[in-house]
Design a protein around this ligand. Structure first.
Ligand code: TXA
Ligand code: MG
Length: 325
């Protein structure tokens, strides 16, 4: 299949109406979108991503109002959060109605719903009358794409069209939340809306999804141990300590603000010279891809400050670690 990259919203809309799948930008990462109401389209998404069917997809809607055609039993706190944070990088796990195929939620009674903010994605959603199922547009387990070229590298030949909307402004996936019976927020994946922001808004403590894992299947791939991982072994920790362990190897450094100029290495990528977590999040996946392409033995990476978006960045770095660590 010939894969085209372009900026023509009408082409994307037409393909989606024909049950084809299209990569498109959101403010978090690029998604691989298809009609969420058509099992055919959902199957194409799983196939192109090489994604196991037990891993559910997020349904993207034009508005919170539209979302309510597909989910039920919405707690009051979810409405309030939607008013505050939607459109934006927040996905809600809510009771799925029967008008959406079970494949989208991998058989779970809960489906993830998100109202994205990216203007191009919104323009597409406004021109169709169905929600879009869209996982990140990368092969299962690999680094999420934050520009059209990333998608092309990974999925060329597998999808007909990539709608190019430039680089994603947030650069890290949406935060995924659910609710318990008392309307407490359960955090399933750290992401573009910080834990602190959710806590400050709701006035409640945020529950960890691990408390619910025993009863809850399927889990978020954000919860899988290895995910978002480069091909090159990535070691996470104190860079100077790690460096002494792999000194004679070909290493590259992925650091927060310090370039570690006193350490000899082949490549160095600084996530944000000014120490901005926003900038670091925006650069993270793109730099991981670049450093992965450098044919190194090891990538040495350090955690960023564990606050705000930093928690989501550290979560992705942890999952990008080499499994033997
Ligand atoms: O920012 C984002 O969320 C991007 C953009 C494209 O919207 N999408 C994204 O999708 O990251 P994906 O499929 O790569 O990650 C979605 C996560 C997966 O880990 C999946 O397991 C989890 O959401 N998820 C989706 N539906 C779920 C459900 N019903 N129950 C539990 N986890 C669910
Ligand atoms: Mg993903």
């Amino acid at each position: 299949m010939d894969t085209r990259i372009g900026t023509d919203i009408a082409i994307a809309v037409q393909l989606l109406k024909e049950n084809e799948i299209v990569a498109l930008p959101t403010e978090t990462v690029y998604g691989l979108a298809g009609n969420a109401l058509q099992e055919d389209a959902l199957l194409k998404i799983f196939e192109a991503k090489n994604r196991p069917h037990f891993n559910p997809l997020i349904a993207h809607c034009a508005s919170w109002e539209q979302a309510q055609s597909y989910v039920d039993e919405i707690p009051k706190i979810a409405h309030l959060l939607a008013q505050k944070f939607c459109p934006g990088p927040l996905s809600f796990l809510l009771k799925k109605k029967n008008n959406v195929p079970d494949l989208i939620s991998a058989g779970s009674p809960l489906m993830a719903i998100r109202i994205p903010q990216h203007p191009i994605c919104r323009a597409v959603l406004e021109q169709i009358d169905f929600p879009l199922a869209a996982p990140s547009a990368n092969p299962f387990g690999y680094i999420s794409p934050t520009n059209a070229q990333h998608v092309f590298c990974n999925l060329k030949g597998k999808i007909p069209y990539i709608l190019d909307g430039g680089s994603c402004t947030i650069g890290i996936e949406s935060t995924i939340i659910g609710f318990d019976a008392d309307e407490n927020i359960i955090l399933y994946r750290e992401g573009g809306i910080s834990r602190e922001a959710l806590k400050a808004f709701s006035g409640k403590s945020i529950l960890e999804s691990t408390q619910f894992d025993a009863q809850k299947k399927p889990q978020s791939s954000g919860q899988l141990k290895s995910h978002y991982a480069p091909e090159t072994a990535l070691l996470l920790g104190d860079i100077e300590t790690l460096y002494t362990q792999v000194k004679h190897k070909k290493v590259g450094i992925l650091s927060f603000t310090n370039p570690y100029l006193h350490l000899a290495c082949k490549e160095r990528f600084v996530l944000s010279k000014q120490g901005s977590l926003q900038e670091a999040a925006k650069n993270l996946f793109s730099f991981l891809r670049k450093i992965d392409a450098c044919h190194l033995d090891y990538i040495l990476a350090e955690p960023v400050p564990a606050e705000g978006l930093g928690l989501a960045i550290n979560d992705r770095l942890k999952r990008a670690q080499a499994l033997f660590k």
